[in-house]
Design a protein around this ligand. Structure first.
Ligand SMILES: *Cc1c(COP(=O)(O)O)cnc(C)c1O
Length: 472
């Protein structure tokens, strides 16, 4: 058969739409079905033409097209087209707060809070006693201030927005802002401190050198007219060797003397000092004298994506009334989840209700037990014959803007593909349902037990069991 005959035999869209397989997807819109059929037919046409090119006019019988096969492909295509873009994924990376995987899972009470009000009206901006308009920020701001022991607080869409708002409100008129050269960081590819400064209208004054900044460096910037000092937590890198930086307490007293404002971009919102995390906590920074502390809601706090600004009431008020506030305000679901997250921390200051905190605190012994259970269950699967399995000691990290140096001893199930292609294996695990995201290390794929949520272990086993054998 020549290519013209094969192409003529391609089923029409109507023919593909008529197969009974679609009955399994009764709610799939007609337009999606048509598009899926078009895609599949176009792909088949391409395949025929390229085969004809290669065959140089020889017989193309092998390329003859089967309506049943194309219809099945079209139905699969249609299914994919309406699948939600954001899906549940199993985080076996060992990074607890993984920005690419949505950072923190919410606590049960945060989920319940969202569910209670998501489908109803709420008093988001109404004072029910007076019937008058109320601020969506007021009540949560007061709870935050109580929990953190500071004058006042407000919430934004994320921490980057909080930094932008603070710079706009406190230095957007071109005021000079002193930042150590060692802290002009980039976070997550698009958040670069110097760019945010410029966009806000503030004038960046770099102080010190990359590796050493002293109190005198800040003092001369303030003497030259800087009215704001910003200290930025080094969230994703570490400096070692011949280094020096100035702590919050020393900066705070300098700023007080010079009538300047001290802003601490902490990134990760660890509320109280934790022995495991050797991190600057929000309360420690406020106690040391920072006027404003800024942090994310979905890093160590373990809540929804949000930014929190906490500190002196008069300065928080300047931010609250600034026009940028309206641009960066959080939605009601965020406020609900954040409030519930805070209450959960108040009920249990050890973070026992916060999933990310529970994962960070899991002991090696628990992880070893889980690893043994996972190994046993996976080893019983047919797909596992393609891999050499073993339990290995690894190190996981809290992630999410906590110090890059913190390592948590953990266990992983190592899948070493017998054909040696660990990249393909990792890809096939991501293509499984639910997708499993591990990490590649030394020719193997590691599934770190630290970051598995309750139920994930069995979900991994089910996902692997449903994987086509050919992709293992
Ligand atoms: C993570 C981080 C940010 C950005 O916070 P988002 O909530 O992701 O917008 C800003 N500053 C520091 C120091 C951070 O660690």
């Amino acid at each position: 058969m020549g290519s013209r005959e094969v192409l003529r035999d391609l089923p029409s869209i109507d023919r593909l739409l008529a197969v009974s397989g679609w009955d399994a997807l009764p709610t799939l819109p007609h337009s999606v079905r048509v598009e899926a059929c078009r895609v599949v037919v176009a792909r088949a046409r391409e395949a025929v033409l390229s085969a004809a090119n290669q065959a140089g006019g020889q017989d193309l019988a092998a390329q003859s097209v089967n309506t049943e096969v194309l219809a099945a492909e079209a139905i699969a295509e249609g299914r994919l087209a309406v699948r939600p873009r954001i899906r549940r994924v199993i985080n076996a990376t060992g990074v607890v707060l993984h920005t690419n995987l949505g950072r923190s899972p919410l606590s049960t009470s945060a989920i319940a809070a969202i569910t209670r009000v998501a489908g109803t009206y709420s008093n988001l901006e109404m004072n029910l006693e007076t019937g008058a308009r109320d601020s969506r920020h007021a009540r949560l701001g007061a709870s935050l201030a109580r929990v953190l022991g500071c004058g006042d607080a407000l919430v934004t869409n994320n921490n980057a927005a909080a930094v932008f708002l603070a710079l706009s409100a406190l230095a957007g008129d071109g005021a000079a802002v002193a930042v150590s050269r060692g802290e002009l960081v980039e976070i997550g590819g698009s958040f670069r401190m110097p760019d945010i400064m410029r966009t806000s209208g503030a004038q960046l004054v770099e102080v010190g050198t990359t590796n050493r900044t002293r109190i005198d460096d800040y003092a001369s910037a303030l003497a030259d007219g800087a009215s704001l000092v910003v200290k930025v937590h080094r969230s994703n890198f570490e400096m070692v060797g011949f280094t020096e930086e100035v702590g919050i307490a020393a900066l705070a007293s300098l700023c007080r003397e010079q009538d300047a404002v001290l802003l601490h971009d902490l990134g990760s919102g660890l509320l109280e000092a934790s022995p495991q995390l050797r991190e600057d906590s929000v309360t420690a920074s406020l106690e040391a004298g920072a006027d404003l502390v800024l942090f994310s809601g979905d890093k160590l706090l373990g809540g929804p994506q949000a930014g929190v600004v906490a500190g002196r009431a008069d300065i928080v008020e300047r931010l609250r009334v600034h026009p940028v506030m309206r641009l960066v305000r959080p939605g009601k679901l965020t406020l609900l989840a954040l409030e519930a997250t805070l209450l959960a921390w108040e009920r249990d200051p050890c973070g026992g209700e916060i999933p990310a905190s529970v994962l960070i605190q899991r002991t090696e012994q628990q992880l070893q037990q889980d690893a043994e259970e996972l190994l046993e269950k996976v080893a019983a699967l047919e797909v596992a014959r393609a891999w050499q399995l073993e339990i290995v000691s690894v190190e996981s990290t809290p992630g999410g803007g906590s110090s890059a140096a913190i390592r948590l001893p953990s266990r992983a199930l190592s899948l070493c593909p017998r054909d040696g292609d660990e990249e393909s294996l990792a890809g096939n695990l991501r293509a499984a349902d639910p997708p499993i995201v591990g990490r590649i290390e030394g020719g193997r794929v590691l599934l770190d037990l630290r970051t598995l949520l309750p139920g994930d272990l069995d979900a991994i086993v089910e996902s692997l069991a449903a994987m086509p054998l050919t992709t293992a």
